[in-house]
Ligand binder design. Structure first.
Ligand SMILES: [Zn+2]
Length: 86
């Protein structure tokens, strides 16, 4: 009888996890669709951080314009390193 009860509890837990997974997949698919839609409108071109080599979206990156060209950095630390090199 105890075994049956444990089995029932396990079944409930598994069912809950399953539905949570289904919800996550549906939400993920919806997000993916909207992300793809915005990507079509404005393709995001990534720029390379010359210090550490990380690719960053220009909007989120720190930028420095030096000698007529703009450099983008992933962090303040990389920007400072670049400044000290010059
Ligand atoms: Zn960096």
């Amino acid at each position: 009888m105890t075994r049956l009860l444990l089995f029932a509890i396990l079944l409930i837990v598994v069912a809950r996890l399953f539905w949570r997974l289904v919800d996550a997949v549906i939400a993920g698919a919806a997000r993916g669709e909207s992300a793809a839609g915005s990507a079509r409108r404005a393709p995001v071109k990534l720029v390379r951080d010359p210090v550490c080599g990380t690719f960053v979206p220009p909007r989120a990156a720190l930028s420095v314009t030096a000698g007529g060209s703009t450099h983008y950095f992933c962090s303040e630390e990389c920007r400072r390193k670049f400044d000290s090199r010059q």
